[in-house]
Write a protein that binds this ligand. Structure first.
Ligand code: COA
Length: 169
């Protein structure tokens, strides 16, 4: 059975390993370490099976445009599942739990940069629908947004800025 819980200090090496294996490079694993070290991880969840960390998801605060500093938005990135456990619903469990926790924490909206055939099933739509752009040059359909509070992205047009740690990798 797979369970989802918050990352704990003892999980750090395992979380690094999961990201490195899933992406086949150290970039995302190092980004996770940098965000954690800078206390920028709004929410970090792990998927555990037989006491082994097999998946991970992280949310960090983002700003949209020059707008309201009090508006609480977050970016989902990165997320990773060990290759041998992919396509078994672990990623879906991580996202669904993450959405619930973010909503409970008062996050009003989320953005994600990723597979356009994966994230819409959780409620993400192209961010361009809200006039929201990505600071990184990416294909329109790969940058998606989701309101956690209805109407949250109304009149929030602008460019999303991730934490500066994202620029280093
Ligand atoms: C993306 C990822 C986290 C999904 O985790 P998962 O546990 O396999 O996801 P689920 O089992 O909940 O969902 C499976 C769906 O994910 C998608 N998916 C899974 N692996 C995929 C891959 N390598 N490429 C494209 N889509 C993929 C498929 O649409 C699949 O749906 P299907 O089974 O109907 O075809 C996982 O594949 C992974 O770690 N990939 C490498 C790292 C990555 O790309 N992370 C996301 C970008 S931040």
């Amino acid at each position: 059975m797979v369970s989802i819980r918050r990352e704990e200090p003892g999980d750090r090496a395992a979380v690094h390993h999961v990201n490195e294996r899933a992406f086949g490079r150290a970039t995302e694993a190092n980004l996770v370490d940098a965000l954690r070290a800078a206390d920028k991880a709004l929410l970090s969840l792990v998927a555990v099976r037989d006491n082994q960390v097999i998946g991970h998801i992280l949310f960090s605060p983002v700003t949209i445009g020059p707008g309201d500093e009090n508006f609480r938005a977050a970016g989902l990135a990165p997320m990773a599942v060990l290759p041998e456990f992919q396509r078994q619903g672990v990623g879906s469990l991580l996202i669904e739990t993450g959405l619930d926790e973010c909503r409970r924490a008062g996050i009003e909206g989320l953005v994600v940069l990723g597979h356009p055939n994966y994230y819409p099933r959780f409620g993400f739509v192209p961010a361009s629908r809200y006039g929201i752009k990505c600071e990184f040059g990416v294909a329109d359909e790969a940058f998606m947004a989701m309101e956690l509070r209805e109407g949250a992205f109304r009149n929030r047009e602008g460019t999303v800025k991730y934490q500066p740690e994202f620029d280093q990798f």
